[in-house]
Design a protein around this ligand. Structure first.
Ligand code: COA
Length: 391
């Protein structure tokens, strides 16, 4: 049994104090239902990704269902830190694959700017690492974690701050063409290098921003997907892995073990031996520029220690070895935690259907795209392969 995505929706990402959480979720749901050509009554199950803490809705799922007019037979809130969107997709796929529902909805929504200022949000996010040892005792926050990874990587392989900056320039370049991105302006290497330090060696432009937004996908069972649309996007495989929260239990800081394992599972199930020759594009979890470089290696796009060279040689633009983050990535499109994984799914679906504006549309030769979504510092990893061809 397999599942297909038959509709997607997302809000314009950004700082949005105008819309409440249920309103944001509704906008994404409404667009996804219209895209799929199904009605609210058709939804048998909803998986709602939301981390919350920074917004007032403490038990958001019933309010979201009520506001959106949904009355599914079952539903659950899903949380896997920054990978909550992919976790919601996994739950929706399980619902249709098990026969529990014919059509399920995966939604991710976050209103990060509702209650708190940057320091408070950074503190809440910091609890997503190892709470007692690393947050309480050492005061590590996410920019600090990724600064440690960046420093270790630069020392080991000789990558420079300019190499990291190249990721930000690429992702802002694609963000400048994406009407749903938080930042729609191009930047230069100098802009990145001259921006203020957040956690050395990471600067403002090495970081993803704080974002409000929502994204959704309608998932249908194998039995009915092809009847509902001419272009079902099949969930060919999803590799899922976890790793210890405590950094001292990791082998090194230069790789995320859960990603390596999730990629192994996803490639095996999708029978992919050489990812760069089998995929048309990838959406990777660039919460910080160094994260994208490490992802190139963990996903097998580059050899160990060679990820920064892909950035230096601009091999991850359209026309290069493999296009990465054609939507602007978390860096420029924005990172509303639980919505981010489903926003990557949104982009991959639009790309595979060739519905993206010129300039951002990757050539579709293999009919396959990869989505890489990481929660915590690698506590959760989801690697999803979407395909035009039924597996
Ligand atoms: N990239 C580019 N520009 C950014 C930005 C980013 N990441 N974050 C904010 N800006 C811009 C704002 O739009 C604003 O521009 P303006 O003056 O033209 O309006 C300016 O920088 C100041 O914004 P502000 O919101 O005051 O910045 P800040 O210092 O409060 O927050 C960070 C900046 C980097 C600290 C914050 O975005 C952050 O913590 N990011 C990481 C979030 C995170 O850890 N997510 C989880 C990852 S796993």
């Amino acid at each position: 049994m397999t599942a297909a995505i038959i509709g997607v929706g997302m809000t314009r990402f950004g700082r949005d104090l105008e819309h409440q959480l249920p309103e944001l979720a509704f906008k994404a749901i409404d667009e996804a239902l219209r895209d799929a050509g199904v009605s609210k009554e058709d939804i048998g199950f909803i998986a709602f990704g939301n981390v919350g803490g920074w917004s007032g809705e403490f038990f958001p799922l019933p309010i979201v269902c009520e506001y959106a007019g949904l009355n599914p037979r079952g539903g659950m809130r899903v949380e896997a830190a920054c990978a909550s969107g992919s976790a919601a997709l996994a739950a929706a796929c399980m619902a249709v694959e098990s026969g529990y529902a014919d059509i399920a909805l995966a939604v991710g929504a976050e209103r990060m700017n509702e209650l708190a200022s940057t320091p408070a949000i950074v503190e809440l996010l910091g609890r997503g690492g190892n709470f007692f040892w690393e947050f309480e005792m050492l005061g590590l926050t996410f920019p600090a974690y990724y600064a440690l990874f960046a420093r270790a990587y630069m020392d080991e392989y000789g990558a420079t701050e300019e190499d990291l900056a190249k990721i930000a320039v690429k992702n802002h370049y694609y963000g400048s063409m994406n009407p749903k991105a938080q930042f729609q302006k191009k930047i230069t290497i100098e802009d990145v290098l001259n921006s203020r330090y957040v956690a050395w060696p990471l600067k403002l432009y090495d970081c993803s921003p704080i974002t409000d937004g929502a994204a959704a996908a309608v998932v249908a069972s194998e039995r009915i997907a092809s009847r509902l649309t001419d272009t079902p996007i099949w969930v060919k495989s999803q590799g899922i892995a976890t790793a210890p929260a405590n950094l001292t239990m990791r082998r090194d800081l230069l790789s995320i073990e859960s990603v390596v394992e999730a990629a192994r599972q996803a490639y095996r199930k999708a029978r992919i031996e050489d990812p760069v020759r089998s995929l048309d594009l990838a959406l990777v979890h660039d919460c910080f520029t160094i994260a994208e470089i490490i992802a190139y290696e963990d996903l097998g796009f580059a050899r160990r220690g060679g990820g920064y060279l892909l950035a230096r040689e601009e091999q991850t633009y359209i026309g290069g070895l493999i296009p990465v983050n054609t939507d602007g990535g978390l860096k420029a499109k924005g990172h509303p935690i639980a919505a981010s994984g489903l926003a990557m799914i949104y982009e991959a679906v639009k790309q595979l259907r060739q519905e993206v504006d010129r300039g951002r549309q990757a050539p579709i030769k293999h009919g396959q795209a990869l989505i890489h979504n990481v929660g915590g510092t690698g506590h959760f990893a989801y690697v999803t392969i979407l395909s035009l061809e039924k597996p």
